[in-house]
Design a protein around this ligand. Structure first.
Ligand SMILES: [Zn+2]
Ligand SMILES: [Zn+2]
Length: 486
């Protein structure tokens, strides 16, 4: 009893030097691994001393494994996280630079480890990143023919360094140099089997070529969507849909989808991500919050109110869709600042006629009241046009384009097998909430039916032969979908 109470009351101490409280330089005890209870606390300086000693021993023994003790907690065998990981990557690099600089494998590996704890977008990190990238590249130049450098992990480190150098040159508007680095990065990523990232390098190269030739670089939204879908799927395949990386990549995919006016897909995707992130990471996690903020942003239906000559958020229809309630006006800024900088107290709520508003591109809509083709064509007989147009009523889709001159919207439908269609304002209603997604009903295919039937017959025969009584009924007719398919 006393021992247990004592253990609970024990203040945490460093498991290496056994001291409580801060170390000699005043730095507090830390822990950022999977250790629980009072175990796993240590002074950063003690962990570094321990890792250096163990690393020297490991190097004497097998010339490798030097990095191990800087990255994995010996108490719980898990990788250190966040701030501890950040500090230890720095310590590891300093140690390897001091004692094993001539071992190119170790050196590049330590440089790579430090590189992945830094952020290319962070102004504080960038100078250090630039030094690391140039160090990696100069080692590669120095030991061009070292067969050890063909090792896959190092190919990726080299690719990352080239990519980093490309980004730095690009920021300095040194486009030709940037292009060279991105081309190198592309080849290296391909060699490392990272085809999707290699594709991303291709996009950067094309953008630079456009800039160099004096053209305005065209942001190809469709290509971006394809790229990010692939990247996300690759990530899910590798790590599973619940992994932090997959959730992060999923949010980026949704952002790209939203910008390309694939709002319905983006919204469904974000709903799913919010659920996963809540369950796996918790409500307070920054990714859960990010996914939720994106979901709220994408659910805002922006409309132009002609009588007010301004942009508003549409809230709901009234009077059987004759009227619409709007709130605004929205700040005169591009998205997403437009939504972030709203001052809700100063906005007004109006009810206007539904034909007084124009929904913006990317608005989810449902098609209604189509009776015949919007574009009578002498080539298509009237009865066919009638059939063609009316079956789209009730279908949902995104507005992907709007032509101001003839006030025509181009709708891309969610359901597969429907071509994009052009309709007028009176033929669309804004969709405020998405309906549940219809699951694709898979028709039984003939081969599957035959397979199932023969399996049943086989079991039936087996059981009769072995003298067992059988309750298995052979189907007397096949499902209608089979005959349809035939
Ligand atoms: Zn200590
Ligand atoms: Zn631990």
């Amino acid at each position: 009893m006393r021992a247990a109470t004592a253990a609970l009351d024990d203040p945490p101490c460093c498991w290496l030097c056994l001291e409580e409280g801060p170390d000699e330089s005043g730095k507090p005890l830390i822990r950022n691994c999977s250790c629980r209870g009072s175990s796993g606390f240590a002074h950063l300086s003690c962990i570094i001393d321990f890792a250096e000693n163990k690393s020297r021993q490991a190097f004497e023994r097998d010339k490798y494994n030097v990095e191990f003790y800087f990255r994995i907690c010996p108490g719980c065998d898990q990788y250190y996280q966040d701030d501890v990981k950040f500090a230890l990557a720095k310590a590891e690099l300093e140690f390897v630079e001091r004692e094993y600089k001539n071992n190119h494998l170790l050196y590049i590996d330590a440089l790579k480890e430090r590189m992945i704890t830094l952020d290319f977008k962070d102004d504080h990190d960038r100078p250090e990143l630039e030094i690391i990238c140039s160090k990696i590249l100069s080692i590669i130049e120095e030991v061009d023919n070292d067969p050890l450098l063909q090792y896959n992990g190092l190919t990726r480190a080299m690719a990352m360094a080239q990519r980093g150098m490309g980004s730095f040159r690009y920021q300095l508007e040194n486009l030709k140099e940037a292009k060279k680095h991105f081309e190198q990065a592309k080849h290296l990523y391909e060699a490392a089997g990272d085809t999707v990232v290699a594709m991303g390098m291709d996009r950067k190269i094309l953008m630079i070529e456009a800039k160099l030739s004096g053209n305005k670089p065209e942001v190809d939204k469709a290509a971006k969507v394809i790229y990010w879908r692939k990247l996300y799927n690759e990530c899910v395949k590798k790590n599973g849909e619940n992994h932090l990386f997959s959730i992060d990549a999923g949010i980026l995919l949704a952002t790209v989808l939203g910008k390309a006016y694939h709002t319905i897909e983006a919204e469904r995707h974000l709903k799913n991500l919010v659920q996963i992130s809540r369950r796996v990471l918790g409500i307070e996690h920054k990714l859960t919050k990010k996914a939720l903020a994106k979901l709220q942003e994408i659910k805002v239906r922006e409309v132009y109110v002609s009588s007010e000559k301004d942009w508003f958020q549409a809230l709901r229809y009234e009077s059987d869709g004759e009227k619409i309630v709007v709130q605004g006006p929205l700040p005169d800024r591009p998205l997403p600042e437009r939504l972030n900088e709203r001052n809700l107290d100063e906005e007004k709520i109006l009810t206007v006629a539904s034909n007084d508003i124009v929904p913006t591109e990317g608005t989810p809509v449902v098609v209604k009241n189509l009776q015949c083709s919007q574009y009578p064509s002498i080539l298509v007989p009237a009865f066919m046009r009638l059939k063609r147009a009316s079956y789209l009523n009730g279908k949902i889709g995104d507005i992907r384009a709007y032509s101001e001159d003839d006030k025509i919207f181009e709708i891309h439908f969610e359901e597969e097998g429907f071509k994009p269609t052009k309709v007028k304002l009176e033929n669309v209603s804004i969709l405020f909430g998405l309906p549940e997604q219809k699951l694709k009903r898979k028709a039984w295919s003939l081969p599957k039916t035959i397979l199932a039937l023969s399996a049943l017959i086989f079991i039936h025969q087996k059981m009769s032969h072995s003298g067992m009584r059988t309750q298995i009924m052979l189907p007397t007719h096949t499902s209608p979908s089979v005959t349809e398919n035939e």
